[in-house]
Design a protein around this ligand. Sequence first.
Ligand SMILES: C[S@@+](CC[C@H](N)C(=O)[O-])C[C@H]1O[C@@H](n2cnc3c(N)ncnc32)[C@H](O)[C@@H]1O
Length: 212
Amino acid sequence: MDAPWEHPDWYDLHDTTWTAGPEREPEHYREAVIALPPLDRDDHLVDLGAGTGKLAGLIARSYPELGRVTLVEPNARKLARAVARLREALPSAEITAVAYGLGEGRALDVRQATLATVGSVFMPIMELRGGSLAGLRWLRAGLAEARAMLRPGAWFFDLETLAAPWARGDLEEPVRRLTMTELSVEIAGAGFEAVECVYRFRDRVTLRARRD
Ligand SMILES: C[S@@+](CC[C@H](N)C(=O)[O-])C[C@H]1O[C@@H](n2cnc3c(N)ncnc32)[C@H](O)[C@@H]1O
């Protein structure tokens, strides 16, 4: 049988509608916040690939008693913006900035966090880095680093936009985003339990898991 995108009607239906688009982002992020456990003074959030602090800022506004936030981001100007945003939202919290890109392999002094969030980082950055999927080395290294920052039983939330059904590539082939099953398998393989989808709209997904 031909691939579904060779069917003219399927093609017309999906051509411009596969991606949820930026207008779905507020819903995507809001639903992730709703799926979080309650957060309080004893909690420590690590936001990986924090950017300008959009996701961490949303969480902070929903949980103003949150005690500690660590922002991990390789872009220094974005990191500074994220820190300012979080200090404003959580004036009495301990806010730590870590200028770091996941997968660099440097030892970080971030341990025993109760929640790690990853907002639109693994899939787009994998694609931006280019090259081949090559055994998913970067993703696996990043997931292992995320796990090492968490205490046993801590929560892990990954918000991503996934591969289109027609995306080519396999483990040794040119890079592409992953499907939900592939990403779930990677998260479980990195030492997380109870991997669960808590939101999906077309390519947008939030996967939640707990450190084993
Ligand atoms: C699409 S933005 C998302 C930012 C933020 N999490 C959000 O939801 O708005 C992706 C971010 O990942 C950062 N990034 C790039 N390489 C990275 C790496 N190796 N590890 C962590 N973050 C990385 C980029 O600088 C960028 O800020």
